[in-house]
Structures are given as structure tokens and as C-alpha cells.
Design a protein around this ligand. Structure first.
Ligand code: NAI
Length: 644
């Protein structure tokens, strides 16, 4: 049998090397054809058993990125869902009982179904490289690892560590995988093949869990699951996110075998795979892929970045650039103003490179205080993040344009000014682009790339490519007030503030919206961004004479600006919010407050601020955290209409 996606070789010692290099794809996924060929390989090996089998990847990108998600989207019946699960479960079950030793050689990403395949092998070796990452991220797509992962992972590393990985979807690197017992060894790339060979030939006894872990994974499962369920409940409601609850149920009550769960159960694979949440989260996954693709076609590899304004935003933007390997000069009115940004960056690098102090040092060395602005002349990208003042920004860019390289990207991080108003001071206004980061920069995945009528295609493409270098998601938007994200957040926050004016308690309003699925209530959000900023944003959106909610105006007047002053709608002792218990939540409260956000999202699409409804959904989810299980505001409107 010849294979399209695999190659199978036998070496002199009788070891079979199965190498997956999926045809026509940049990363390996476990679609139907790849799985059928793997079954063919097992058939062949059964006829003449090798002394061992190594499964590895032929792709530079990594081992296996997971199941083929496109195939999920084509599941149109309960039978199809069951067949898809059955296929992987059976195949990996065969691999697990092969009568020769098997080993997964894991270099780069090893995700979802890819990790389940590796778990079905007798041994796993991870290759110690920065890109090596093992995870079961199914839960983030609203589904679960049904090809044996829910059974084998707890057996291998114990239920606490396994549930932690399965319920959060988070990944571990090569070294941590070894420490957890997920990998039997962790080796540098130059010895990886040899390490695999030696392990297969020496056949060490597979790792056995300590007795306590075996008990926790056996008779004491119910207790472990009960505790875990309580922790999950703090983060996710079952009606919004059923998958983590289902994982606990399948593990505790069905031995990790989703095929054994009765169809009618909310944990059954039919219920999970066909749930609106899974459909919407898979949609969000593809939206994210779409954002990631912006700037892909640009041949732009910025090495030097100059940031002007070392405040909250500029300081953190500079740190992100240094973190990703770029050389960054950072300018402000004095060295004293730059120092806090550098101190913050040092902390961030320490956390990011825990245990690797040299890496942290190198990153900090790349961040160069530059009060005189010498960096402007050499930079590939120049980002302005000074005070929100039009005249100051215009003066700054007029000067920058004279000193910058003609091909340097000129970008402003303004959140409420029109890019065109800043750009028209330039000899070539088409050079200026908006690059709107969100606060906190390290955490927020979205960056709006703002075009004016004159911004050139190349500038927009280069900006998107730069945003991708920071591993953020670029969203192309037009130069309209509030762009997309603030244009939808503003009316939402103001509606919530009007409810405070009407006498509702802030904590009750927040409770209504977190119950709806928002990561944070709108009043806490106002406190977090700052009440003065909320006023400025409101004016930018609705005009200088717009009527401010009373509750907002009063607090701003007496300096209660939110988290940064220790008091806003809530008290913030030690920088942490202190909220009274919420009262009973009126039935229509969440719908009332979300309605202006939905309307504004629609208006941004009709007004051409974003190119289509999908991009609006993507922007609002990644820019505001809008309940991802809904699939985004416009998807939510569509599905609510369909349900009526
Ligand atoms: P900030 O007040 O923390 O920092 C501004 C910094 O710019 C100060 O350190 C100031 O000394 C410096 N600066 C002012 N004029 C300068 C000049 N001519 N040359 C060099 N440095 C100068 O302000 P923040 O919050 O960082 O905002 C900066 C920009 O980012 C604004 O345009 C704002 O609209 C935008 N933005 C702010 C967000 C936020 O949540 N704070 C979110 C997204 C965008």
C-alpha cells in the first residue's frame, strides 16, 4: 500500500518510522484520509511486526495540530458525530494494544487529536525547543477529547493534572511535559532520533502512577470530580459552556469513553458536538484564523521599532515589541517618565521567561530609553502613544515625517481622534495608519488597524504583518469615531450607567451581564478603564454636548475616577475590586444593556467601519471579550431571531 500523507520506513534494527507529512497542508491534522492511512500502516505492521514504531512529523511546523476542524463543521447528523468519534477511538485503541512498542516523537505543536494519538503510544519523547507544546484545547471549541484522551491522560499523569489540562485547554512545554510524566523523556533536537531508537530497543517499563493517584483515578473519582466541578462553576455556567462539565461526567462516570454515554445525556457526544456553543466556538476559531491571515501576504519584517510616549500604552506596546525580538527605542519627555515603563517591562519579561533569566535580560537589553528620539531615523515602525491631544500629535508627526526613513511605517495609537485629522499635517498623508491597541496590551489579543481614505494598501498590509509579529490579531477598520470596538462598547457602558441613574445598584447590573456571559460587568469595566476616559470616549462618540449620565459626571467631578484612584463606582483596596453582594437581577436587564451594543455592531457593518458581519463579530469578541459562546453579537442576533 502506498500512502499520500505518510511515509513508512524500516531501519536496520527493524524499527518502523512512520512520518506524517500531510499533502497540501502546512500543518498536519487528523482528517479522514490521514487516519485511514494510519490504519493501513497498522495493518501492514501487523503482518510483519517491527521491533518498534516511531510516529513523527515531517513538517517543520510541528507534530500534529489536532483533528481536522473543517470536518467537524460538516457534521450534519448524530450518526455522523458518532462515526467521527468511533473512528478515532477505535484507531487509537488499536495503536494502544499493538504488540510491539510504540513511541511518539513530539517536536513543535502536539494538540488535541495529535496528543490523543501520542497518548495511545507506549512512550512519548518531547523535543526541547521553544515551539514544542502539548495541549488538549478541545474545551475551547466547546467539545471534548473523545479519541481516548479523557481515558488515557488521567491514567498517565493522574486526574488532577489531567483535568487541569482538559478543563482549561492550556498547554505545557517539552520540559513540563516530562515533569508531569506526560513525556518519558525530553531531549535536544540533535539526539531525538537516537533517543527514540534507544527507548524502543531498551523497552523501559512504562511509567506507573503512584497508588494515591490510582485511587483518585479509580474509586475516589467521584470526589475528585465533585471538587473540580465546583471550580469549573466559578468560571463557566453549564448552560453557556457545557463541555467542561461533560468532561468531568465522561471521565468520572464512563471511564473517559464518550461512546458509552447515553445519547440523551447532556454529556453525550451527540449533545456536545451538536450544541450551539460548540458550533459558535468553532465559528470563533475560524474567525480568529481569518484575522490571523491579514498581513500574511506582506513581505515586511520589522526589526526596529520606535515608540513615542512611555505611558500606560506606549510603555506596554514597547515591551511587547522587545519581547518578540525587535529592537525598541522608547521616547518620552524625560528619562524619569520612561523609567516606570522599563521597570514594568522588566517584571513582564521575568514572568514570561521564568527560569530563563538570560532570555529576560536579552529582552530588556532590546528596550532602549531614548528621550532625545534618535531612534526615529532608523526605525522600521514608529508608534505614537502620547496624550490624547490633536495638536500635540500633529506637531509630533510633522517632525517625525521629516526625520523618519521614507519607508518607515507611521502609526498612531489614538483611541478617539480621527487618523485623517492627524494625517493631513503630513506631506504624504497616505503614510499614517491607526494602530489601536487595547489596555492591558499584554492581555488583549485584538489590535484595530485603522485606515483613512488615503492610507495605502501597502501601509495597511504592513501594519497587519507587524501586528502578527506581536502575535496579536489585526482587525482592519475604517477611520470612524470609536472605530469598531469603542463604538460598540460606548453605548453599552452608557446604557449601564443610565441604569445606575435610575437607581439600580452597580453590582446588580454587573451580575446581570456576567450572567449573560460577559467576562466583566460594564460598571466594573468603567471603573477599570477610568471614569475620565469613559467621559472622553462618550464625547468622542456622541459629540461634546452629549448628556453624561449623572452617576458618571458626579464621580468625575469629585475625582473618583475608578481603579486608578482607588474609588469609582466601587472601592478598589489594593487595586482589587470590592463589590457588595448583588441584589435580585431584573429579568430584562441584560437584554436592555446589551441592545445598544448589538445595534452599534450592526451600524458599524452598515456604515462600512468593518467589511462584514463576521469581522464585526470577531472584533467585538477579541476586543471586548463579548460572550464567545454566542459566536459574536451579530451571530447572537441572528440565532435569537431564528429561535423566536
Ligand atoms: P499616558 O498619559 O499614560 O501616557 C502618555 C505619555 O506620553 C506620557 O508619559 C507623556 O509624558 C508622554 N508624552 C506626551 N507628549 C509627548 C511628546 N510630545 N513627546 C514624547 N512623549 C510625550 O497615556 P496612555 O493612556 O498611554 O494613552 C496614550 C495614547 O494611547 C492616547 O492616544 C490614548 O488615546 C491611546 N489609548 C489609550 C488606551 C488606554 O486604555 N489608556 C487604550 C488605547 C489607546
Amino acid at each position: 500500500m502506498t500512502f499520500e500523507h505518510w511515509t513508512l520506513d524500516r531501519d536496520a534494527e527493524g524499527i518502523a518510522w512512520a512520518t506524517l507529512d500531510e499533502a497540501g497542508a502546512s500543518a498536519n491534522t487528523l482528517g479522514l484520509a490521514v487516519m485511514e492511512e494510519l490504519a493501513g500502516i497498522l495493518d501492514q505492521l501487523a503482518l510483519r511486526p517491527p521491533s518498534g514504531l516511531v510516529i513523527r512529523s515531517g513538517k517543520a511546523a510541528g507534530f500534529i495540530a489536532g483533528a481536522n476542524i473543517e470536518e467537524f463543521t460538516r457534521i450534519d447528523s448524530a450518526e455522523a458525530a458518532r462515526a467521527l468519534v468511533q473512528r478515532g477511538w477505535t484507531l487509537f485503541g488499536r495503536l494502544a494494544v499493538a504488540d510491539y512498542p510504540t513511541l511518539a516523537l513530539i517536536r513543535g505543536h502536539c494538540l488535541g487529536g495529535g496528543l490523543e494519538l501520542a497518548l495511545a503510544c507506549r512512550y512519548r519523547i518531547t523535543v526541547d525547543e521553544p515551539g514544542t507544546r502539548l495541549a488538549l484545547p478541545e474545551v475551547m471549541l466547546g467539545i471534548y477529547p473523545a479519541w481516548g484522551g479523557m481515558q488515557r491522560l488521567p491514567q498517565l499523569i493522574g486526574p488532577a493534572a489531567a483535568l487541569d489540562l482538559m478543563l482549561t485547554g492550556k498547554g505545557v512545554d517539552a520540559v513540563k511535559a516530562r515533569r508531569l510524566g506526560l513525556a518519558d523523556d525530553c531531549v535536544p533536537p540533535r539526539v531525538m532520533d537516537n533517543a527514540a531508537r534507544v527507548m524502543l530497543l531498551s523497552r523501559p517499563a512504562p511509567r506507573r502512577l503512584p497508588l494515591l493517584q490510582r485511587l483518585l483515578n479509580g474509586p475516589l473519582r467521584g470526589i475528585v470530580a465533585g471538587k473540580a466541578r465546583k471550580q469549573v462553576a466559578v468560571k463557566a455556567r453549564p448552560e453557556h459552556y457545557p463541555a467542561p462539565y461533560a468532561i468531568l461526567d465522561v471521565w468520572a462516570n464512563h471511564g473517559g469513553n464518550a461512546l458509552a454515554v447515553p445519547v440523551a445525556s447532556p454529556s453525550s457526544l451527540e449533545s456536545i458536538l451538536r450544541s450551539p456553543t460548540a458550533r459558535n466556538l468553532i465559528r470563533v476559531f475560524f474567525l480568529q484564523e481569518r484575522l490571523k491571515a491579514f498581513g500574511k501576504d506582506a513581505d515586511f519584517k520589522p526589526r526596529r521599532v520606535h515608540v513615542i510616549g512611555a505611558g500606560v500604552m506606549g510603555g506596554d506596546i514597547a515591551a511587547e515589541c522587545a519581547l518578540r525580538g525587535m529592537i525598541v527605542t522608547i521616547q518620552d519627555q524625560s528619562v524619569e517618565r520612561i523609567a516606570p515603563a522599563v521597570a514594568r517591562a522588566a517584571k513582564r519579561f521575568e514572568r514570561k521567561f521564568r527560569g530563563k533569566p538570560r532570555e529576560a535580560r536579552f529582552a530588556l537589553d532590546r528596550l532602549i530609553p531614548d528621550p532625545a528620539g534618535h531612534g526615529v531615523a532608523r526605525a522600521d515602525v514608529i508608534i505614537e502613544a502620547i496624550f490624547e491631544n490633536l495638536e500635540a500629535k500633529r506637531a509630533l508627526f510633522a517632525d517625525i515625517e521629516r526625520r523618519a526613513r521614507p519607508d518607515a511605517l507611521l502609526a498612531s495609537n489614538t483611541s478617539s481622534l480621527r487618523i485623517a485629522d492627524i494625517a493631513d499635517v503630513l506631506a504624504n498623508p497616505g503614510r499614517l495608519v491607526g494602530i489601536h491597541f487595547f489596555n492591558p496590551v499584554a492581555v488583549m489579543p485584538l489590535v484595530e488597524v485603522v485606515r483613512t481614505r488615503c492610507t495605502s494598501d501597502e501601509v495597511a498590509r504592513h501594519t497587519a504583518a507587524f501586528v502578527r509579529r506581536l502575535d496579536k490579531l489585526p482587525l482592519p477598520v475604517q477611520d470612524a469615531p470609536g472605530f469598531l470596538v469603542n463604538a460598540v462598547l460606548g453605548p453599552y457602558m452608557y446604557e449601564a450607567l443610565r441604569c445606575v441613574d435610575e437607581g439600580l445598584a452597580p453590582e446588580t447590573i454587573d451580575a446581570a451581564l456576567t450572567a449573560f456571559g460577559m467576562p466583566m460587568g460594564p460598571i466594573e469595566l468603567v471603573d477599570t478603564v477610568g471614569l475620565d476616559i469613559a467621559v472622553a470616549a462618550g464625547k468622542a462618540l456622541a459629540g461634546a454636548h452629549a448628556e453624561l449620565p449623572r452617576a458618571l459626571a458626579e464621580r468625575v467631578a469629585d475625582g473618583r475616577l475608578g481603579k486608578k484612584t482607588g474609588q469609582g463606582f466601587y472601592a478598589w483596596p489594593g487595586g482589587k475590586v470590592s463589590k457588595p453582594a448583588a441584589g435580585a437581577v431584573p429579568a430584562d436587564l441584560a437584554a436592555r444593556i446589551v441592545a445598544p451594543l448589538l445595534a452599534a455592531s450592526q451600524a458599524c457593518v452598515s456604515g462600512g467601519v468593518v467589511a462584514d458581519a463576521d469581522l464585526a463579530d470577531a472584533g467585538v469578541i477579541f476586543g471586548t471579550g463579548f460572550a464567545p459562546f454566542t459566536g459574536g453579537p451579530l451571530n447572537f442576533v441572528r440565532s435569537s431571531r431564528a429561535a423566536d
